[in-house]
Structures are given as structure tokens and as C-alpha cells.
Design a protein around this ligand. Structure first.
Ligand code: DGJ
Length: 676
């Protein structure tokens, strides 16, 4: 039984069992029941069990006994066996030094007949002071909108049934007290490490107990364990924070940064060709873009969609991963050389899990799609999903992509996934689980064959951002929405779990392609700075002044990415809704870079002052405004004096703060704070 999830407890715990032993209520069990981690009906549990399944209608209810228990430092392993149901479950808990808890589990079929596993959910108990939950909802171009609501009796379920985590996937499900804010209060956060179908649940039973859980959402009959076979459940990655939502992010970011696979190289300033040229590219046009990119200081150029066989628009070509001589008569080598000669890396776009019906691959192998019965699933962006759980299809994608990589100097690929999986059958059975494992295997194999290869996970923007795929990829495309005003919110919440250096953040065009909104370059550049920065705009059309600003901003990014990509993300609890004040503070509090972002008009003339938490209270700091990409649009006659630079103590900066300037809506600027 998990008795406590929260702040560390110390000392003698021997009496805890007695302390929390429940009373016997009216109309209740004669003796208290202890359903334990497996939450079984056979042990008096009336909520959702941890495991459910059956053997052709039998073994439908379990009563597991603990057969082994190991506890060593921050590691616990428990083995359960049910000899009647003929199952063995091993659950492990590992708490890392950053306070991140990993729950892992395997389910093994000990019997001689097939066992159909319907569901395995990792659960954690929630104390009663957790009265609210926060999860995230979204759609294409508007990912990760926060939803904060009261926990009521019943079950709140967030499902992903797209076969990818999805735009509407909740990157975390977080229980909170009513008072929890970015900077303070308790938060109990969970995040499921899986890129296929999944569900999060918050359950409050009529006895008042409440818990939070998540697991893979298995389709009917999707997971049949043959005799001796084992299912490995996706891990649940959880954090308790007594320091608010920023405390949760700090723990997740520290864990991600400590992984062996976390990118070690400085994140190169990237130019992606998509919103610059879309499908309309050729050697000439790319060269023109490269010339300006080199001038402003770009370090990596990614050639997006449209370079391969018959891909002149989104109606054809997916599946045929060979260079199209119609557009690239000399192949890609000359343009790669042109780019490399300017000291810039080259990256290339793929969408390997997809196929257009109008492709050589589909004409040769129509049976290689995910489908059920004799139905072809409805098209989405004119494409179908390739069943890479099928060895033939898997090898086709692996060999064709590998051949392109082997023949060129390509150290980076952007891997897209532009449609949902529905009716996704593999040889007559549900195929999402297999497909998800296959893409992990494919990424691992590509990296093995091409040492040093970096992969960007993209799925129509941010529809495959999760802690499952993260160990196979090096960057996420956060959203197809490059409108900086909207990006502010998308990035703010994606970074709740994902460290900013893993999130692609690009300066989009002057007139946003997704919203039609016109934004100052300073707003776009300030927004793009807080991530793995880049540009996605046809900068051959930028004015000389804009190019100059792009160059100074590029240099600013290079000078400061060390701090931006290692420090603690800070989202200030700014008391008014018209603005965000957020930034990154060095772990030793010697420096910080903040952005003040005015989202909407202010209500009162003078907005609330800007206060900066977490600084060394007794030290003196120089605070000043900086404008590496030009000034924002102010709405005032004289700006606050401090913007030119003043010295203040850490405690004055956190308790008194500095006057907020009045900006036009959708404007932002940077604030530097450094120890004097
Ligand atoms: C969707 C992605 O999110 C875009 O960035 C771009 O790569 C297009 N697909 C290309 O088709």
C-alpha cells in the first residue's frame, strides 16, 4: 500500500500503520480492508483496479499476494503473484536525486493459455488538501491550454486515442491545492512516458479517498499475453513539489538534463524552410535563403517537406524517400556543400510512418497500411498510416531513410507525423501498441546506424511531445503556431515538463501565417529566445534593419544559451492578467534573463511592478532592459528610469520590484539581472 506521496517524512515510522488505520463506518466492511497497490475488488476496493484482464472470460478478478519485496535506498521493487489467475506483476519505484519518481511495471503470464490484458494503470494516492487538478487540452496550432478544476466525487479522465500522444494530450496531470501558484504551494504531478494511446485518471471515491493515475490505453484485444510473455507498462514519471508549479518544472527539467541522451552540444540556431518556402523550393531559392541565414548567424538549416519523389504538394510522395530529380536535378549534395561551406549544418525532413495513396510505395504495397477488415481508413492530409509494426514496411522506411543519410552529410532530421491513427489494425488486431514500439525501435536503429544523428519529433507541430519518445529524440517542434503572442502560452505550459532547450522556438514571419496577426520583430525574437531558437521566415524578404536586428539577436542567443538552457525556469506570479513575467535564473542566482510580455491592454494606467523571486537576498544586482532585436512598441512618454540600468539588492528586487513600462499589447522586451 502506498501510504504517503508528498513532502519527505523522517524519524520513526513504525506507528504510521496504526495512526492511519480507518474506523469502521456504518454500512461498511466488518474489518478495515487494505486493497494495496493492486487496488483489487477481491480486497474490498470499489474503485478502478490497477490491472484488469481475463483468460477467455476466466481469471477476470485477481487477488495478488506479495511474494518478494526489495528496498534499497531510493529503490523499491515489489513482486506480486496470483496463482489462480496465473499472473506475476513486478512494480518498481525509483526516486531520483531531483525528486522525480519513476513507477515501472511488468505483467507476466504464468499460465499456459493466453491472457488478455485490458488495462494496467499506475496509481498514486492524493491527500485531501489536493482539491484541484490541472491538465492540458489543445488542437492543431493551439497545444497545451491549461484546464484547472475542482476534484469532485467520480473520475476525471483524459484520454488520447490518436495513436500518437496528440495535440490534446496532457503532458502532465497535476493535483494542486486551491492556493498553489507558480512559485508556491503543493503540487502532485504525473506524466506518462508513452507516445501511443494513453489515459490519465483522477478518481475520488465515495469513501473520500482520492488518487491520480495513468497508463497505456489498450484497445480491445490489443495486448494478448501468450504463455510466458511479459508486458512492460509505460513508466509514470511523477513529481511532488512544495514550491509550486515551478518546483515541478525544475524537477522534470533536472531529470531530463541529467540523462545520458540529453543533447550535450550547444543548441544551434536553426533556420527551417517550411514557412519560408513551403513546397516551393529548389537549389536557387535555398541558396538565396542560405546567404541571408549565414549573414545573420544561423548555424543549422533544415530543409523541410517537399524534397523527395513527386512531393510537389501534400497530395503525393509520402513513402518514397528518394530525392526528386525534378526539383533537385543535381541531388542534395551541392546544396549541402554550399551550406556546410558557410559553416552551417544541414538537416532534412521525413515523415516515415506515413504514405500517400499516390506514391510508388502504396502502389506496390497497399497492404502495408494500418487498417481493419477490408476498410481503408478515411484520408487525413491525403495520407494513410504505414504499419511499421510490419517488418516489410519497417525495413522499407529504415533502409530508404538510412540510404539518404548515409549518402550525405546530414546530422539532423525532423521527423513528422501529420495524422491520427484510427481503425489502426495490424493483421486483424489492434495495432497502436505495436506501432508505438516500432517507432521507438526505428529511431533507435537510425541513431545506431548514424552515430551522432539528432532527431526532432514533430507531429503537425506539438502532437508528439511526451516523456516516452523523449529518450529517442533531441528536440520537439512545439507547435505549428509561430505567432509569438500565442506561442507565449504554448511554450509556457509545454515547458511545465519539457526543458526549454528541447523545444523548438522560431521567429515566424511578420504577418503570422496561422493567425494573420502582425507582430513586432522584438516580440517574435523575445518569444523565440526561450527555447531552442530558430527562424522560420523567408528572411530574403526581411528589410536591412530587420536583418541587422536578427544578427544582434542571434549573437545574443549564442552568448546566453548557456544560461537559458541550464538555469531554472521562473514564471513569476504576476498579479495582473495582461502580462507574463517569466525568465531563466542561474542556479547560483548570479544572473537571470527575464521577459516582460504584455499580452493585452492594461486596465489601470500603471501596471503592477515587476518583482523577481529567487535572487540572493543580500547581494546587489544590476538590472536593465535589453533590446537585442529592437525596441518594443511603447505606449508612454518617458520609459521607467531603471530600464537604462540601476543597482538594487536581491531582496528589494523580489519585494519592491521595478516599475513596469506600458507597452502596446503583444509586445515584449528582455530584462537582464546580474550580480553587481
Ligand atoms: C507539419 C509540421 O508541423 C510543419 O512544421 C511542417 O514540417 C509540415 N508538416 C510539412 O509538411
Amino acid at each position: 500500500m502506498i501510504q504517503h506521496w508528498g513532502a519527505p517524512i523522517h524519524g520513526d515510522l513504525a506507528s504510521v500503520q496504526t495512526a492511519i488505520r480507518p474506523s469502521i463506518a456504518n454500512s461498511s466492511w466488518d474489518e478495515p480492508q487494505f486493497p494495496g497497490i493492486m487496488r483489487e475488488s477481491s480486497r474490498g476496493f470499489l474503485g478502478r483496479p490497477t490491472l484488469s484482464g481475463h483468460r477467455n472470460g476466466k481469471a477476470w478478478s485477481t487477488k495478488f499476494e506479495v511474494t518478494d519485496f526489495h528496498h534499497q535506498k531510493n529503490h523499491v521493487a515489489v513482486t506480486f503473484r496470483d496463482l489462480h489467475a496465473e499472473l506475476e506483476v513486478v512494480i518498481t519505484f525509483d526516486l531520483d536525486i531531483h525528486g522525480v519518481l519513476f513507477q515501472r511495471a511488468t505483467v507476466k503470464n504464468l499460465g499456459n493459455t493466453d491472457y488478455c490484458l485490458n488495462e494496467f494503470i499506475h496509481w498514486l494516492p492524493l491527500p485531501k488538501e489536493a482539491t484541484q487538478t490541472l491538465d492540458f487540452a489543445g488542437r492543431w496550432s493551439n497545444e497545451r491550454n491549461p484546464q484547472r478544476k475542482e476534484i469532485a466525487t467520480g473520475t476525471w479522465v483524459r484520454e488520447s486515442r490518436e495513436g500518437r500522444s496528440g495535440h490534446n494530450f496532457s503532458i502532465a496531470d497535476i493535483a494542486l491545492t486551491t492556493q498553489t501558484s507558480f512559485q508556491s504551494g503543493s503540487a502532485w504531478a504525473t506524466s506518462i512516458a508513452w507516445s501511443g494511446n494513453s489515459h490519465y485518471l483522477v478518481e475520488k471515491l465515495f469513501d473520500g479517498s482520492q488518487s491520480i493515475g495513468a497508463g497505456e490505453l489498450l484497445l480491445p484485444g490489443e495486448l494478448i499475453l501468450a504463455s510466458g510473455q511479459t508486458y512492460e507498462a509505460p513508466a509514470l514519471v511523477s513529481v511532488f513539489s512544495a514550491q509550486g508549479l515551478d518546483g515541478v518544472s525544475a524537477a522534470y527539467h533536472s531529470y531530463l538534463r541529467a540523462r545520458d541522451v540529453h543533447p550535450k552540444k550547444e543548441r544551434p540556431l536553426t533556420l527551417n524552410t517550411w514557412e519560408a518556402l513551403y513546397f516551393d523550393h529548389n537549389e536557387e531559392k535555398i541558396k538565396a535563403l542560405v546567404d541571408v541565414a549565414a549573414e545573420v548567424g544561423i548555424e543549422r538549416i533544415v530543409l523541410d517537406d517537399g524534397w523527395f519523389h513527386s512531393r510537389r504538394n501534400d497530395r503525393s510522395g509520402l513513402g518514397d524517400w528518394v530525392i526528386d530529380p525534378a526539383v533537385w536535378p543535381n541531388g542534395l549534395s551541392p546544396i549541402i556543400k554550399y551550406i556546410n561551406d558557410k559553416g552551417i549544418e544541414f538537416g532534412l525532413w521525413f515523415e516515415g510512418e506515413m504514405v500517400n495513396p499516390d506514391s510508388d510505395l502504396y502502389r506496390a504495397h497497399p497492404e502495408w497500411i494500418l487498417y481493419e477488415a477490408d476498410r481503408v481508413p478515411p484520408l487525413w492530409r491525403h495520407q494513410l498510416v504505414l504499419d511499421i509494426g510490419h517488418e516489410g514496411a519497417f525495413n522499407h522506411v529504415l533502409e530508404q531513410t538510412s540510404a539518404v543519410l548515409a549518402a550525405h552529410n546530414i546530422g539532423y532530421i525532423k521527423w513528422d507525423h501529420n495524422r491520427v491513427l484510427i481503425d489502426a489494425g495490424h493483421l486483424g488486431a489492434a495495432g497502436v501498441h505495436r506501432q508505438t514500439q516500432a517507432i521507438y525501435r526505428l529511431f533507435a536503429e537510425l541513431k545506431k546506424r548514424h552515430p551522432g544523428l539528432e532527431i526532432e519529433s514533430c507531429a503537425s507541430g506539438g502532437a508528439r511531445i511526451d516523456l516516452g519518445v523523449i529518450d529517442y529524440v533531441d528536440r520537439f517542434w512545439t507547435s505549428d503556431n509561430n505567432d509569438a503572442l500565442e506561442r507565449q502560452t504554448i511554450q509556457r505550459w509545454t515547458a511545465q515538463v519539457i526543458a526549454p532547450e528541447l523545444l523548438g522556438t522560431h521567429i515566424g514571419p511578420t504577418h503570422g501565417h496561422q493567425t494573420g496577426r502582425t507582430l513586432e520583430l522584438s516580440m517574435r525574437a523575445t518569444t523565440a529566445l526561450f527555447g531552442h531558437a530558430g527562424i522560420e521566415w523567408n528572411i530574403t524578404e526581411a528589410t536591412p534593419e530587420e536583418r541587422k536586428h536578427l544578427a544582434t539577436w542571434a549573437q545574443y542567443y549564442k552568448n546566453n544559451r548557456g544560461l537559458l538552457h541550464s538555469g531554472k525556469m521562473v514564471r513569476v506570479d504576476y498579479p495582473e492578467a495582461h502580462a507574463y513575467l517569466h525568465g531563466v535564473r542561474a542556479h547560483d542566482a548570479s544572473r537571470a534573463i527575464f521577459a516582460y510580455v504584455q499580452l493585452t491592454p492594461t486596465v489601470s494606467i500603471h501596471p503592477s511592478p515587476l518583482k523577481f523571486p529567487g535572487l540572493d537576498q543580500t547581494a546587489n544586482y544590476v538590472i536593465k532592459a535589453v533590446f537585442p532585436a529592437g525596441k518594443p512598441r511603447f505606449m508612454l512618454i518617458t520609459p521607467p528610469e531603471w530600464m537604462a540600468g540601476i543597482t538594487m539588492s536581491g531582496s528589494a528586487l523580489s519585494s519592491i520590484g521595478v516599475t513596469a513600462p506600458i507597452l502596446a499589447p503583444a509586445n515584449a522586451f528582455l530584462i537582464e539581472i546580474s550580480k553587481a
